[in-house]
Design a binder for this molecule. Structure first.
Ligand code: ATP
Length: 248
């Protein structure tokens, strides 16, 4: 489904991604784990194409120089130069870090905005699916987004991303700052989305442990470089990795 190779991103002279290659197959859930500043969001922006927008904006504003190298292939096509909006149309949908819902719009409005590219019947079916996945959201349909709890906002962010009809969903730190109870609800939902809907998922997290049970394959990022990768079993079989990254 997605194959990125040799990704390098520089913010001025600072190397944020150092020769990263990641793959995500159809129906796979892939984890990318790393501490603060490891490069997780930079990777997600590069895969979704938003990095290209950030780069151009900085260039136009005479701001910092951002350099992006490497290749991103999606369903056999080289999309390295493709605009983020066109990547979204092809099904690569980013659910960004810190949720970024529209805080002044209602839950329903947020979801409708997410579904603006979908056909009406598709949008209706997906809306039903989102409410089935997150029953709490249905009860909050008319609530203003900014008044939701962190967990509810994350459900809304994922729901909005689903409304955009993803084939590959990029989830950037969906569990950040949430209680273990809410994290468990979200992890279960992410697994259901991947396995039931057949949507490929790349999920980043600082702490691997809550997400590890649902990933098929994972990468560990340190200072922009992939220091380890493997199937869930391979990572769990490595005692150093277990204690250093998974706390088990
Ligand atoms: P976090 O968990 O804090 O979100 P992350 O793993 O997502 O971290 P990135 O946000 O990708 O990490 O940042 C990687 C490195 O690049 C960090 O050192 C960060 O300070 C730097 N960085 C990110 N965005 C920019 C930018 N626009 N300009 C300069 N440096 C940046």
């Amino acid at each position: 489904m997605l194959e990125a190779s040799g990704l390098m991103v520089f913010y001025e002279n600072m190397l944020a991604l150092n020769n990263i290659s990641v793959q995500c197959g159809d129906n796979q859930i892939v984890g990318v784990f790393g501490a603060n500043s490891a490069g997780k969001s930079t990777l997600m922006y590069t895969l979704s194409g938003i990095m290209e927008d950030i780069r151009k904006k900085e260039q136009m504003a005479g701001g910092e120089r951002i350099t992006v190298l490497g290749q991103v292939r999606y369903r056999g096509e080289d999309i390295t130069e493709l605009k983020p909006s066109l990547r979204a149309k092809r099904g690569i949908i980013l659910c960004p870090e810190r949720r970024r819902i529209f805080p002044e719009s209602t839950v329903m409005e947020n979801l409708r905005i997410g579904g603006y590219l979908a056909k009406p019947a598709q949008a209706k079916d997906t809306l039903d699916y989102v409410f089935q996945l997150f029953p709490a959201l249905e009860k909050l349909k008319k609530r203003i987004g900014g008044f939701l709890s962190g967990g509810e906002q994350q459900m809304l962010a994922i729901g909005r991303a689903l409304m955009a009809q993803p084939k590959l969903l990029l989830l950037d730190e969906p569990l950040m700052g949430l209680s273990p109870l809410i994290q468990a609800v979200l992890v279960k939902a992410i697994r259901v989305i991947g396995k039931e809907k057949g949507i490929a998922i790349i999920v980043t997290e600082q702490y691997a442990r809550p997400v590890l049970p649902i990933v098929d394959y994972a990468f560990i990022l340190e200072n922009g470089a992939a220091v380890m990768e493997g199937t869930r079993e391979e990572l769990l079989d490595n005692p150093d990795i277990r204690s250093a990254y998974f706390g088990i």
